[in-house]
Unconditional design. Structure first.
Ligand code: SAH
Ligand code: SF4
Ligand code: F3S
Length: 465
């Protein structure tokens, strides 16, 4: 038995003691055998990437992934708190595990991520069946925390280091097979007045280029064709080179067939970046450029630090340099103090820009943020009416943009069979549009040329040529 254990253990391996499921190594690490981890991830791509990294740490102590809740020894809920609806979903999910914990007392339930950072010990007060709560700056501690709980079944909470080091000591255990995320920076310094992210993700810190390159190479070696570099605001990357330089260097890594990045704050999307995209080989012509609102009064109250005119000028500059670029955005309706005139200005603004797509949100009051204390909070009915109207206008624009692509031929990265029909495959254009096509000999990960023959608001259809 010892020799099989030895094969999967660390360099300095020597077994000190063995229990039924675990054994102890002289390096202090407890290694387990065949334990199962169920990951549940809410929120943005950064959270997906963090979950995969935590799974990487947990793999080192013997956990492998399962989709089966009943088989899980550890359930990790990686949470989001950007809007109240995100938090409600998490509380609902935690509540549903109460019975499971009662049936299986050895099950460990951990809550990590942004809401864990925000709520801390209150989460355990509200839901005592949660075993541990770990903040965003301490995800590299997850394995050690789980080991402690495996030994001494007691609650553990640590949210003390919101701007903690970016873990680079293990490679993530990646999901998916074609596209993956590589975080380049964590945190945000912008403090938009509505947003909780700077409070739960800490100050901006950038990873070293070498760490990023190593991770991209590892992902490419695992067969991933598309890499998305992630940060709350990638243009303020400060790892010793500019973001444009970093992107250009990653573009040259063997195996990277497509390169994307998000998110860009309009205030610091540089000319150098536009040139880098234009000159890049695999850098996709898609920029997610959240504008949030289309009136200067509200932009100022949001602390977005650019104007409508400045944003429009930036869009013109991007489109002049990258004629095929697709632009997407985020928009919030119902921000405190929003008048009907402000809202109409926003409708006019999106008609002027013609975004390819927009993620539209109802303003959600986040306690601790400045906007939560602003006068003139907007009532729910008005918020919903404005959201519906905004979506209607944007959907018509998205459809018009997609129709303009009819009969053109686009390069598509094949993702695999669609969920509903295995004769139909899905893929993405360089502009990040979803496309469906009838499957021939294509494999997930192939790049194929497709002629577009149908355009809908949210997707395209076509045939391989
Ligand atoms: N760092 C990115 C995205 C952050 S969160 C950026 O700055 O663009 C993703 C989106 O959630 C934001 O772009 C914003 O549109 C939305 N959002 C953030 N806080 C919100 C709130 N309190 N209510 C509604 N939407 C919000
Ligand atoms: Fe939030 Fe603004 Fe930072 Fe984006 S830039 S994460 S919206 S504070
Ligand atoms: Fe949510 Fe945190 Fe992302 S609050 S949107 S998971 S950074």
């Amino acid at each position: 038995m010892t020799s099989t254990l030895r094969a999967s253990a660390c360099k300095n391996f020597s077994v000190l003691s063995i229990t039924r499921r675990d054994f102890f190594c002289s390096c202090g690490i407890i290694r387990g055998m065949n334990k199962k981890l169920k990951l549940i991830t809410y929120g943005c791509q950064m959270n997906v990437a963090d979950s995969e990294r935590m799974a990487g740490f947990l793999k080192q102590i013997g956990y492998s992934l399962t989709e089966d809740l009943d088989a899980a020894d550890l359930i990790l809920i990686n949470t989001c708190c950007v809007r109240a609806t995100a938090e409600d979903k998490v509380f609902g999910q935690i509540g549903r595990f109460k019975t499971l914990k009662r049936q299986k007392p050895t099950l460990i339930l951990g809550v990590t991520g942004c809401m864990a950072q925000k709520e801390g010990a209150d989460l355990i007060k509200r839901a005592p069946h949660v075993d541990f709560v770990l903040g965003t700056g301490q995800s590299s501690e997850v394995a050690r925390v789980v080991q402690t709980i495996e030994l001494e079944r007691k609650h553990f909470v640590d949210t003390s280091n919101v701007s903690g080091d970016i873990p680079s000591e293990v490679f993530p255990l990646r999901g998916g097979q074609v596209s993956t995320f590589v975080p380049i920076m964590y945190g945000c310094n912008n403090f938009c007045t509505y947003c909780i992210v700077p409070y739960v993700r800490g100050r901006e810190r950038s990873r070293k280029p070498e760490e990023i390159f190593a991770e991209v190479k590892q992902a490419a070696a695992e067969g991933f064709k598309e890499i998305t570099l992630l940060g709350q605001n990638v243009n303020s990357y400060a790892g010793g080179v500019t973001f444009a330089e970093l992107l250009t260097a990653v573009d040259k890594i063997d195996g990277v067939e497509r390169l994307r990045f998000m998110t860009s704050h309009p205030k610091d999307l540089s000319d150098e970046l536009i040139v880098a995209i234009a000159n890049g080989q695999h850098i996709c012509e898609h920029i997610h450029l959240p504008v949030q609102y289309g009136s200067n009064k509200i932009l100022k109250r949001m602390n977005r630090v650019y104007t409508v005119e400045g944003y429009l000028k930036l869009v013109d500059k991007i489109r002049a340099a990258l004629p095929n670029v697709s632009l997407t955005t985020d928009l919030i309706v119902g921000f405190p103090g929003e008048t009907e005139d402000d809202f109409q200005e926003t409708l006019d603004f999106i008609k002027a820009v013609k975004f390819d797509a927009a993620f539209t949100f109802i303003y959600s009051k986040r306690s601790g943020t400045p906007a939560a204390t602003f006068d003139n909070q907007i009532d729910d009915e008005t918020k919903h009416r404005r959201l519906d109207e905004l979506m209607k206008v944007q959907n018509a624009i998205s459809l018009e943009k997609n129709r303009a692509l009819l009969d053109s031929v686009v390069e598509v990265l094949v993702e695999g069979a669609s969920k509903t029909d295995d004769k139909i495959f899905t893929g993405r254009t360089r502009s990040n549009k979803l496309i469906l096509f009838e499957h021939g000999n294509e494999q997930a990960g192939d790049l194929v040329n497709i002629k577009i023959n149908q355009a809908q608001t949210w997707l395209l259809k076509g045939e391989v040529i």
